[in-house]
Design a binder for this molecule. Structure first.
Ligand code: NFS
Ligand code: SF4
Length: 632
């Protein structure tokens, strides 16, 4: 394979060649080995929900087999499959949120987990009606955690919706009957509705999917973000480095990969322990170097400036450098291949979660009740492994970029306060941003999020779309692996204003921000919902009336389907660069890319060509400007 076709990232190309020379297999080799991927699966028309099947029906209406044994049509099969992807994605995010809520519940003044953002805790307390007056802050934390945990499974009533939602949006949800009940309940209910012999109507199935997805964006993910901020601190702007060049030749390199910050935060704290530092020197290393991959990488980069080694496509390649003593993972987006790959080098591949044990990995279960000592134990293993490094196998690419990271909404407001015109704007709000949108200095805003996928040349679509937005005065916010693609391409640097139109350039200079704002991990898409909701409220509009679009140019996971669905349900158009497996059903395709607009004021666009997607995003932004311009 010609490595230049796999990714635009030069470190990736270099390490792919090294992997080949080392005889190590990567995702691209396995993709090639699959030859043609199944066309029925790709179009969503293969059903395995009961054992009368599997039934694969024709994706072409009127031609070939039109129904499964039970009579399910392509529309039924594809919509059910879509719903189950939403359930899978929502459950991953919400279980992450629940886990963080448990960590908040165990926080104590003299424990390993403490409260770092009291103000946010008090804000959040009001949402669940938790009394705070005269109470110790740790008692408040305990009560808030309990209230949130109860929201996951409460038997009656709707989920508690965060206050950044607009009242118009709530009405849209009520009118469409998608205002969700409890978080866990919706996921269970949709698994029920997709069981053999239940929902057999595509409209109803997508409607239920929307309802379930909202438990993710406005529920589990929101809780994940806010509670992480409360325990680990709300991110503030700082500089970071990104790409494989952050791996250090003479240091013990530890890669943090996965999603939840409870483990990675403890590793960051423990890596500073004098005992471990001395141990590292004792084995001949200059120190301990922590680097991140995927969303856990984003979490610790946002809060501590831990360097980013790479994104989803690069998880194997980090090990291929031959200079990684340990890769520590928890849950989600972890290739099972890493276990065997690690054995080709000297890397210890350490799994830590009961939910993500991997055969042939070293499993050290992380115990939050003994978090610090547990983290120390894991780091010790990595340090001791340094002497096993096979120096002839080490080759670290030099590529790395610098950029700014840490743009929580609190951080953005802090930057906006610099541009506040005290006669017209209140400080401490998003008003300057709202005004820039109204005046047209900024034409709009785009959220570019999501994964890598070997169906797309790595990082190419992310970067192409982002650059097109910047050139047209559309400010960009990023999360997840898209954010890491932007970081590697230098787009998080303030120098990236060189790609911007004059309006965006001016805004960046006044606010002292880069034109692409890294808002965190994928659960932190909740920050984007909050931002859009708050701006809409300032302008008295619904979220669907703002010139705002979302894109997942290289998505691959069920989580991304859940995110896309809650983003559209929140009134924001979403452009998918990988076509979801629904095109075998004309009705599901029509609902997602057309009819949804009548329901919730936004819809999906499937567009694999990033240049065309960017054009359509800009056109949609201009179309949506009508409402906002009437305010002028
Ligand atoms: Ni999001 Fe993060 Fe990356 Fe995709 Fe995976 S790490 S939760 S799912 S691959 S962006
Ligand atoms: Fe086939 Fe229907 Fe069973 Fe699906 S639910 S496998 S379509 S018989």
């Amino acid at each position: 394979m010609d490595e230049t076709t796999l990714s635009v990232d030069l470190a990736t190309q270099e390490l792919y060649v090294k992997a080949r020379n080392d005889g190590s297999e990567t995702l691209w080799d396995r993709k090639a080995a699959l030859k043609n991927q199944c066309g029925f699966g790709e179009q969503g028309v293969c059903c395995r929900i009961c054992t009368m099947g599997p039934c694969r029906v024709s994706p072409i209406p009127g031609k070939g087999v039109q129904k499964g044994i039970c009579g399910a049509t392509a529309d039924v099969i594809a919509s059910r499959h879509y719903a189950r992807m939403v359930a899978g994605g929502s459950s991953a995010h919400s279980d992450h949120g629940r886990h963080i809520a448990h960590v908040l519940h165990m926080a104590s003044r003299d424990g390993d987990y403490q409260i770092r953002d009291e103000k946010k805790l008090l804000n959040v307390a009001a949402r669940w009606g938790v009394a705070t007056e005269g109470k110790d802050i740790y008692q408040v934390a305990h009560d808030v955690a309990e209230a949130a945990l109860n929201d996951f499974g409460k038997p009656f009533g709707s989920m508690v919706i965060p206050p950044s939602i607009t009242k118009q949006r709530l009405k849209v949800w009520e009118d469409n009957d998608i205002l969700p009940d409890a978080i866990d309940k919706e996921v269970v209910s949709i698994m029920h509705a997709t069981h053999m012999g239940c929902t057999a109507d595509a409209e109803s199935m997508i409607n239920l999917s929307m309802r379930t997805s909202l438990t993710d964006g406005w529920g589990g993910s929101y809780i994940g973000t806010e509670f992480s901020d409360i325990i680990f601190g709300t991110p503030m702007p700082r500089e970071i480095e990104a790409n494989m060049g952050v791996i250090e030749k003479n240091m013990v390199n530890i890669v943090l990969h996965g999603h939840e910050p409870s483990l990675s935060e403890m590793i960051v704290v423990a890596a500073d322990d004098p005992e471990l530092k001395a141990l590292a020197r004792g084995v001949g290393a200059e120190g301990i170097n922590l680097v991140g991959i995927c969303c856990t990488g984003n979490e610790v980069a946002m809060r501590h400036g831990i360097k980013i080694a790479g994104n989803f496509n690069q998880q194997e390649l980090a090990i291929v450098t031959g200079a990684v003593e340990a890769m520590i993972v928890d849950v989600q987006c972890i290739f099972p291949s890493l276990a065997n790959l690690a054995q080709c080098y000297h890397t210890k591949f350490i799994t830590t979660s009961k939910l993500a044990k991997i055969k042939d990995a070293v499993h050290i279960e992380f115990d939050e009740n003994n978090a610090y000592e547990c983290a120390k134990g894991i780091i010790r293993k990595a340090v001791e492994n340094y002497t096993n490094r096979k120096h002839e196998k080490v080759s670290i690419p030099t590529h790395k970029s610098t950029g700014m990271i840490g743009y929580s909404n609190q951080a953005i407001i802090g930057q906006l306060d610099r541009v506040v015109n005290s006669y017209t704007h209140k400080p401490g709000t998003f008003e300057p941003l709202a005004q820039c949108l109204v005046s047209g200095v900024l034409r709009g805003a785009a959220g570019v999020v999501g994964c890598n996928n070997p169906k797309v040349k790595g990082d190419h679509s992310h970067i192409e779309i982002i650059k097109k937005m910047l050139a047209n005065d559309v400010i960009v916010v990023v999360t997840g692996c898209a954010a890491q693609a932007a970081a590697k391409a230098g787009l998080l640097s303030k120098d990236a204003v060189k790609y911007c139109g004059v309006g965006l350039q001016k805004v960046c200079e006044l606010a002292d921000i880069p034109p692409v704002l890294h808002m965190g991990s994928c659960v932190d898409n909740s920050r984007i919902l909050e931002l859009v909701g708050e701006v809409a409220k300032i302008l008295g509009l619904d979220m669907s009336e703002l010139p705002v679009v979302g894109a997942a140019p290289e998505w691959m996971s069920e989580k991304a389907v859940a995110i896309g669905t809650y983003v559209v349900s929140s009134g924001i158009d979403t452009f998918l660069g990988v076509v979801p497996p629904v095109t075998g059903s004309p009705e599901v395709t029509d609902i997602l890319t057309n009819r949804l607009e009548d329901w919730v004021g936004a819809k999906f666009y499937f567009e694999t060509d990033p240049a065309v997607a960017a054009e359509k995003m800009l056109a949609r932004i201009e179309e949506k400007r009508a409402k906002i311009e009437a305010l002028n």
